[in-house]
Design a protein around this ligand. Structure first.
Ligand code: DGY
Length: 327
């Protein structure tokens, strides 16, 4: 469809983002930016969104009623450069006929790869090994030093068998795992492709040796892993979270790791983010915390940038964006 708007539509980009997305937008839009790699303060966001037709935002930006009010009634689209969209008040956008779009698909492989890496890092105690070498603690070979757990013949539980959960399952099969269990809001037909078996949440936490959290943060998943959950898990269980930090109650996780309710945890996402360096979880040798790096690859970040840009243009062109999301 021909692109007919009076003048170029205005788009505000809330961060320095990979150039390919900017190249796409620049051809058709008047762009302004928050020219920093650091998150825009909310008061700056409120000032800078005035009069824009499109908003290209990040998962660190709170797109609430105040931001929408500040932008004004001409705002047509909020495109986030992320899969997660819990930072956007989607209901409020829908009320105002503002399209909300995310970037599904394009970071599936990077996040699935990182989830498997985190699982190996944690189960094989690799970081403890690296630290020991750096600290000069590597002495003669010892039969009982830094022993971890193999994935071979273990049961893996996945919470959330969406694209990323499926990608994790597919990558874990060749490790020779015994079973892959999953829990989600509904059972999915493609689970059989990776031999994943739908179970209740209770079964998932009781039977799994490794649990990967690959779900979104919703009212149903918030603090799903809390002290009651940890008590029901195997004492040898390892928990990995590459979904959203809020799915895990972090104080309860700390107690579970210290009390031996579970063996170890690997977190790429935390609550809050960033997790302060003084947080007790960071002091534990059986907890690895990464700084939300799941999609940190050139491939994913370039695609996330182009997808968010195309989503904005799609709305201006009165087309359906690839990642339209609803309440
Ligand atoms: C997303 O896309 O939501 C990821 O968490 C960013 O890596």
């Amino acid at each position: 469809m021909a692109f007919k708007l009076k003048g170029k539509p205005k788009v505000y980009v809330t961060r320095l983002v990979p150039q390919p997305g900017i190249d796409i937008l620049e051809k058709e839009c008047e762009l302004t930016f928050w020219k920093s790699d650091e998150a825009i303060p909310q008061e700056e966001l409120l000032k800078n969104v005035r009069g824009v037709d499109g908003l290209f935002c990040m998962l660190t930006d709170q797109i609430d009623k105040h931001v929408l009010d500040a932008a004004g009634p001409q705002l047509q689209v909020v495109a986030t450069m992320s899969v997660g969209f819990e930072h956007i008040d989607v209901a409020e956008c829908e009320k105002r006929n503002i399209v909300v779009a995310n970037t599904p698909n394009v970071s599936t492989d990077s996040v699935a790869e990182l989830t498997v890496a985190l699982l190996l890092l944690t189960s094989r105690r690799l970081l403890e090994g690296v630290t020991a070498v750096k600290n000069g603690e590597w002495g003669a070979w010892k039969p009982m030093w830094l022993l971890g757990t193999e994935m071979t013949q273990r049961t893996v539980g996945i919470l959330g068998l969406g694209r990323i959960g499926y990608g994790v399952a597919r990558r874990l099969r060749p490790f020779g795992v015994r079973k892959i269990l999953y829990h989600d809001v509904v059972s999915v037909s493609y689970a059989s492709d990776v031999g994943a078996e739908f179970v209740t949440f209770e079964e998932l936490i009781k039977e799994s040796d490794f649990i990967c959290i690959c779900c979104n943060l919703t009212a149903q998943t918030r603090h799903k892993f809390n002290k009651d959950t940890f008590k029901k898990m195997k004492k040898s269980a390892i928990l990995v979270n590459s979904g959203r930090g809020g799915v895990v109650h972090h104080d309860d996780l700390y107690n579970a790791l210290v009390n031996g309710d579970i063996a170890a945890a690997g977190l790429d996402v935390t609550e809050p983010e960033p997790l302060p360096a003084s947080h007790p979880l960071i002091s534990l040798s059986n907890c690895i915390v990464l700084p939300h790096m799941g999609s940190n690859t050139w491939e994913s970040r370039n695609s996330m940038s182009t997808t968010a840009a195309k989503n904005i243009l799609a709305v201006f062109h009165k087309e359906k964006p690839m990642g339209e999301v609803h309440v």
